[in-house]
Design a protein around this ligand. Structure first.
Ligand code: DI6
Ligand code: FE
Length: 401
């Protein structure tokens, strides 16, 4: 006896082999929070407690937002104004604004305050069919404040959370001109303490002229490896420091941004099994011109994921559906590649491919129902939200309107 089935549905399983892995007039069955069967209606047989009529909706896997900085305090609207008067993101960062400005406000916030603001923001993700979100630390930059961010992230409700330690995000003011010393604190104190408290699913760093050097990044990654933690990297966003290749050498789950990555870097990612996470929101908001090498990613068969990169400085973007559209209009992805980017490949970028990202028997029953005629509409529409229902671990989610 199955717990429930959804019928009268078209199902974008996102399995390889056919466009969207589509099943027309399909049935999806759920038992004990997992998908127990998915296939064409005419092949369905079995008994079930509850039948849900999807009324012709499309069902996709629950969406995965694999790169966010969702926990922080304050905003950076003034910085946006400065940039529109001609200042660049890098200039603002060097003048003590940028990430470090958000660090000041985040340090001043309590764990409960950080949780409450992040929880409020998160409603928009759930409304748009997201069931898994990655959340990074990196606006605390002291042991205590980084732990506070991670604890707040772990307390978020209504969504599955993966936390990433990003102590090497920016150099805090008190370490001015002493970046090696700060990296030592990250490696010797902060990361070990966060790992000990079991608050860390992965370790990230910002490898950039205004962030940390490849050498410093490697030290952070070596420490992550010693703690048995997978790594990810903010790589080649504003310049090519060889971040893509560095990440791949460590078998990183993902390298993210990649606008300035070379073809060699992308080739290295293919060897390292590293997912390319594209963040069109940051590209758009910083009015960047250099496009990520999408053709090379296709040629070397590097899986492409997409994410909001939600943060107050470079991507104050709260819509995963808008990310799909931007990935198509700005980066030239197809709507199918875009949907794969927030399902199958988003899960891969978090190491969750065994349980998430596709609709297949045995996977967690995370999925969303959409009032669309084709799945391409999810990437096509701008500012619409056709999400009709979200199911996580077999449970229909309450959606605040
Ligand atoms: N790259 C980003 O896009 C975010 N962090 C990073 O390393 C931006 C963070 C911010 O500007 O607050
Ligand atoms: Fe980021």
């Amino acid at each position: 006896m199955q717990d429930a089935i959804w019928l009268n549905a078209n199902i974008a399983t996102m399995r390889d082999g056919s466009p969207y892995g589509a099943i027309h007039d399909g049935v999806l069955a759920v038992e004990s929070g997992r998908i127990s069967w998915v296939g064409p209606r005419k092949e369905w047989q079995g008994q079930v407690r509850v039948e849900h009529d999807a009324r012709g909706a499309w069902i996709t896997p629950g969406l995965v937002d694999c790169h966010t900085h969702l926990v922080y305090a304050g905003d950076r609207a003034e910085e946006f104004e400065l940039r529109l008067k001609g200042a660049t993101y890098e200039e603002i960062a060097r003048a003590g604004g940028g990430i470090v400005a958000t660090v000041r406000s985040t340090r001043a916030a309590t764990e409960d305050e950080l949780l409450a603001t992040a929880q409020g923001r998160l409603q928009q993700w759930v409304r748009e069919g997201v069931t898994v979100v990655e959340v990074k630390s990196g606006y605390g930059l002291t042991l205590e404040a980084e732990l506070r961010m991670l604890r707040a992230a772990r307390r978020l409700k209504g969504i599955t959370v993966r936390t990433t330690f990003l102590g090497a995000h920016a150099l805090p003011e008190e370490y001015k001109d002493r970046s090696d010393e700060y990296i030592r604190a990250v490696c010797d104190e902060m990361l070990p303490a966060a790992a000990h408290e079991r608050l860390v699913d992965a370790v990230d760093a910002f490898c950039e002229r205004i962030g940390f050097s490849p050498d410093q990044t490697a030290r952070v990654f070596d420490t992550a490896k010693r703690h048995g933690l997978p790594v990810k990297l903010h790589a080649d966003q504003l310049s090519d420091l060889g971040g893509a290749a560095l990440a791949s050498r460590y078998g990183a789950l993902s390298a993210d941004h990649l606008e300035y990555s070379s073809e060699m870097g992308i080739k290295a990612m293919a060897h390292g099994g590293t997912v390319a996470v594209l963040l069109p929101g940051a590209f758009y908001f910083l009015r960047e011109k250099k496009l990520p090498p999408v053709d090379a990613m296709r040629r070397y068969r590097v899986p492409i994921a997409l994410a909001t990169d939600h943060n107050p400085g470079s991507s104050p973007l709260s819509s995963i559906l808008l990310v799909l559209n931007m990935a198509c209009t700005l980066f030239g992805l197809t709507p199918e590649e875009a949907l794969a980017g927030v399902t199958r490949n988003g899960a891969l970028a978090l190491g969750m491919q065994d349980s998430h990202g596709m609709l297949d028997a045995g996977k967690q029953a995370d999925f969303a129902l959409w009032q669309v005629k084709t799945p391409a509409e999810l990437a096509y529409a701008i500012g619409a939200n056709p999400c009709a229902q979200v199911v996580r671990a077999g449970q229909i989610q309450p959606i605040a309107s």
